[in-house]
Write a protein that binds this ligand. Structure first.
Ligand code: GLU
Length: 447
């Protein structure tokens, strides 16, 4: 059987075994597409069920999360933790609280996390978790009770050497605080390395809050440099307005670009003079309000209800909202207006057809597992600080982050060239991540 047929056969099995999980199928397909070329060169990677084992999570935990709202009504949510692969280190990956969360979504995120974490060069395995809980409109007290109930079950399954969760959509510093407090209470130990994204005065790391967004901007600067270009004077569109988007905007501005638009789930705002970050932070982080408020306060800005932020012309596009937010139609519009580079701040924000449009047009396209790896990398730096009971300065940690992002960019470029796909970040990231994980799996035998 040819390598291509063998890969197809395994992919078919993955589809059958994980029916009804389209996002997981999409994430797997993206990696499988890069495997042919690796297996043709190194057929041993198809031995000992390695790919089948890689696709099957080591453990999947699903649990009930009951909690009581402020009016005394009981709600029941579903909690997840998928412990995907631990050959490189303890499972590592965020928790997402969003009504769209289901097992397929958590598996797609966990699967991507394996390769992303491998690419950082740091000793972390891959995992992901979350709940279909919707934090929107919930009071502080409700958020706290939910987090406490969630951790009451999750604490049985995590630990600094086992599984180290962090934030993702809907889980930021506030939630990590409540989760850590409940873990500490239940286990009667201050095990700081069990969660990352903690507050600065109780074990958190400098730069962790900024890391994903900063990392996306550093990676984009490397992509531009590889084309003999820079961010200086470039018009940039960043979708989303959460943690990743906010700090991507901050760093793009520091590196000389101008972010002219950002969005939330209700619409997008265009500010031709460049997004006023202090105002955006005030609206999103302090008031936890809608982005439409931005246009209420800035006369020269416009708010577009609904619609697509990708209608806004730009030279660089950074999708930082959520999965599948940038489809084929949007990609074609971006190509038509001359976009030069696209780097994913969110996880899998571009559809498979969208990616094809960029690749066919020769647009530099960086997948999330490379471009947004700065967040989890800085989580691993937080773990290092916790293990040594140390805390590093902002400058030192930021320097480590930017070096890691340069390293990931370099690894993508050299691997893509080595496997005959020069300049293709998707193949570069998939292959470099896969080879590292696969070699470790071989070393440890069939487990
Ligand atoms: N949720 C982030 C990601 O998608 C960060 C995970 C972490 O820091 O563990 O990579």
């Amino acid at each position: 059987m040819s390598v291509r047929d063998r890969v197809e056969e395994i992919y078919e099995q993955v589809l059958l075994r994980n029916a009804g999980e389209p996002e997981f199928h999409q994430a797997a397909a993206e990696v499988f597409e890069s495997l042919h070329v690796v297996l043709e060169r190194h057929p041993r990677y198809a031995d000992s069920g390695l790919i089948e084992r890689l696709c099957e999570p080591e453990r999947q935990i699903i649990f009930r999360v009951p909690w009581t709202d402020d009016n005394g009504n009981v709600h029941v949510n579903r909690g997840f933790r998928v412990q995907y692969n631990s050959v490189l280190g303890p499972y590592k990956g965020g928790l997402r609280f969003h009504p769209s969360v289901n097992l397929g979504i958590v598996k797609f995120l966990g699967f991507e996390q394996i390769f992303k974490n491998a690419l950082t060069g740091l000793p972390i395995g891959g995992g992901k978790g979350g709940s279909d809980f919707d934090p929107k409109g919930r009071s502080e007290a409700e958020i706290m009770r939910f987090c406490q109930s969630f951790m009451t079950e999750l604490q049985r399954h995590i630990g600094e050497y086992t599984d180290v969760p962090a934030g993702d959509i809907g889980v930021g510093g506030r939630e990590i605080g409540y989760l850590f407090g409940q873990y500490k209470r239940l286990t009667n130990s201050f095990e700081s390395g069990v969660l990352t994204g903690k507050g600065l005065n109780w074990g958190g790391s400098m730069v962790r809050t900024e890391a994903t967004g900063y990392g996306v901007a550093y990676f984009t600067a490397e992509m531009m440099a590889a084309k003999g270009e820079s961010l200086e004077g470039k018009k940039v569109v960043v979708s989303g307005s959460g943690n990743v988007a906010i700090y991507a905007i901050e760093k793009v501005h520091q590196l000389g670009g101008t972010v002219v638009a950002c969005s939330d789930s209700a619409g997008y705002v265009v500010d031709p003079k460049g997004i006023d970050l202090e105002l955006l932070k005030e609206i999103k982080e302090v008031k936890r309000a809608r982005i439409s408020e931005y246009a209420d306060q800035v006369p020269h800005a416009t708010y577009v209800e609904g619609g697509s932020i990708w209608d806004v012309e730009c030279e660089i596009a950074l999708p930082c909202a959520t999965q599948n937010e940038l489809d084929e139609v949007a990609a074609k519009k971006l190509v038509a207006c001359g976009v030069q580079a696209v780097a994913e701040g969110a996880n899998m924000p571009t559809t498979a057809q969208g990616i094809k449009v960029f690749r066919d047009a020769g647009v530099a396209f960086a997948p999330g597992k490379a471009a947004n790896a700065g967040g989890v990398a800085t989580s691993a730096l937080e773990m290092q600080q916790n293990a040594s009971r140390d805390s590093w300065s902002f400058e030192y940690t930021d320097e480590r982050l930017s070096k890691i992002m340069r390293g990931i960019h370099e690894r993508c470029i050299t691997t893509a060239a080595e496997y005959g796909q020069p300049g293709d970040y998707v193949h570069g990231a998939n292959i470099a991540g896969f080879v590292k994980v696969a070699d470790a799996m071989f070393a440890m035998g069939v487990i």
